[in-house]
Design a protein around this ligand. Structure first.
Ligand code: ADP
Ligand code: MG
Ligand code: ZN
Length: 471
């Protein structure tokens, strides 16, 4: 029997606002423990949370960029559970009435386009963290760092529309790129600002009803999400083929071992006793505000890739590489505007130097002049690379460096003729062999001329002059 996987993803994205979701504490990463805390985010009695407008703005912009319907009214709820890094003993989240519903993201995987539905987007607060360090009364001590308490998160839940690990990876990468384009999340999976839980089930191919799902946690890279899902699909398939039954449970991905391990079953699942938070009014979103925010949505990755391909004649692959960052794509377009030659070469240069571009060490003019000088034959590809390297180091205009170092290529046929004649005169045997039919010797002569000119001759012109003189 053939099996098919059904996958739904829950993404937690940390919103890059400067302050927390319900108080004015800083969200800055790496502060000394408990420095970024106040009575509100440490859950002191009698304090009142106040919703950060910026958090709502970021979540609405995400909803618009993923074609969700922003709800006029949504409600914050208390999700009750005890944990030492959650002093209030509840997390404020949205439950029955979330901020946004029914969106989608278009992806491309396994060579075809596909639409993945988004069930809902809601806002919530993060919890703190425990540090297991030192000793207390002869036992292992645990310390609580509450800096992360109330850092704003957005949860994005997908429909169970995903069928393969590749589709899951494509969806996550596209979603991450959208959030980064919107500048609402830094998208860093390793540092935990973009986290994903994967729900996986299998069913006999052709069956309508979904199988029982397992929820996978603890994957900290796109690659690991794909690997964990792949492992889980195989595990469930083999289990069913051996006459067993998948149980609903939460499983942890062990990246080192490459396996998923049962963490807790359905019986141990929490009963969170959600109820509307009486300290927060229902959130009512004004339609005019949503329309204002709609105007701030930039060109998104899919649109940018399509436009770069059409407008500059680039391959889809190059357009994708350039669109990996808004800044890189903008740099390419600025370079292309300065020199209208071969955009493909300009694109390659931008991709080659993308790290220096990202760190602000290159100007569009540098790339434009390098590409133009190569196309006119003023410099060779080797010299171009060297000049760009020096430009990155010194910040000087590339043509100034070129002239200072005298690295202009000799393209003047007249000047090259004399050198070519000299080379031919000192290699009479090779000249005879060439004339007798060993045409492969042409590159030998080119090499000799390059040596004479210390690499500054334009190889195309050298070949022309050689062919002419050798008859
Ligand atoms: P829970 O209440 O267990 O969290 P939800 O209905 O909220 O379950 O769904 C959570 C995620 O699991 C969603 O992304 C959804 O698409 C996905 N999902 C639901 N049922 C299945 C299933 N049978 N197989 C795979 N994924 C599923
Ligand atoms: Mg869930
Ligand atoms: Zn605070």
């Amino acid at each position: 029997m053939e099996f098919e996987a059904v996958i739904g993803l829950e993404v937690h994205a940390q919103l890059s606002t400067r302050s927390k979701i319900f108080c004015a504490c800083s969200t800055a990463f790496g502060a000394p423990p408990n420095e970024n805390t106040c009575p509100v985010c440490t859950g002191m009695p009698g304090v009142l949370p106040v919703l950060n407008r910026r958090v709502v703005e970021f979540a609405i912009r995400t909803a618009l960029a993923t074609s969700c319907e922003v709800q006029k009214k949504s409600v914050f709820a208390r999700k009750n559970y005890f944990y030492p890094d959650l002093p209030k003993a509840y997390q404020i989240s949205q439950y029955e009435l979330p901020l946004a519903l029914a969106g989608h993201v278009n992806i491309e995987a396994n060579g075809r386009m596909k639409r993945i539905g988004i069930t809902r987007i809601h806002m919530e607060e993060d919890a703190g963290k425990l540090v297991h360090e030192g000793e207390f009364a002869g036992a292992q001590a645990s310390l609580a760092d509450l800096n992360r308490c109330s850092v704003p998160l957005m949860e994005i839940v997908s429909e169970p529309d995903i069928r393969t690990p590749e589709e899951a990876g494509a969806y996550l990468r596209r979603l991450r790129d959208i959030l980064v384009y919107l500048e609402v999340c830094d998208g860093n999976m390793e540092e935990g600002s973009f986290r994903c839980d994967a729900n996986v089930s299998v069913r006999p191919k052709g069956q309508k009803k979904f199988g029982t799902k397992a929820e996978l946690k603890n994957m900290n890279s796109f690659r690991n999400v794909e690997k964990a899902i792949e492992y889980e699909i195989n595990r469930q398939t083999e289990l069913i083929e051996d006459g067993g039954k998948v149980v609903q449970e939460t499983r942890l991905w062990d990246a080192a071992a490459g396996i998923t391990i049962s963490m807790r079953g359905k019986e141990e699942a929490h009963d969170y006793r959600y109820f509307p938070d009486p300290d927060l009014l229902p959130l009512v979103v004004d339609g005019a505000w949503v329309e204002e925010l709609r105007k701030t949505i930039p060109e998104l990755p899919a649109e940018k890739i399509a436009r770069l391909t059409a407008a500059y004649g680039l391959s889809k692959y190059d357009a994708e590489l350039l669109s990996a960052s808004r800044a890189l794509a903008a740099f390419f377009e600025a370079s292309a505007a300065l020199f209208g030659g071969n955009h493909k070469v300009t694109a390659n240069e931008c991709i080659q130097w993308k790290e220096s571009i990202a760190s602000g060490k290159l100007f569009p003019e540098t790339i434009a002049h390098a590409v133009e000088d190569r196309e006119t034959g003023a410099i060779s590809a080797t010299v171009s690379k060297k000049l760009v390297e020096i430009a990155i180091e010194t910040g000087k205009p590339i043509r100034e460096i070129r002239d200072e170092l005298g690295l202009t290529q000799v393209s003047d046929a007249g000047a090259l003729e004399e050198i070519v004649s000299r080379v031919l005169a000192s290699n009479p045997k090779e000249v005879d062999s060439y004339r007798a039919g060993k045409s492969g010797l042409l590159s030998f002569f080119v090499g000799q001329v390059m040596k004479e000119t210390r690499g500054k001759a334009n190889p195309r012109i050298v070949q022309e002059v050689l062919r002419k003189k050798l008859g």
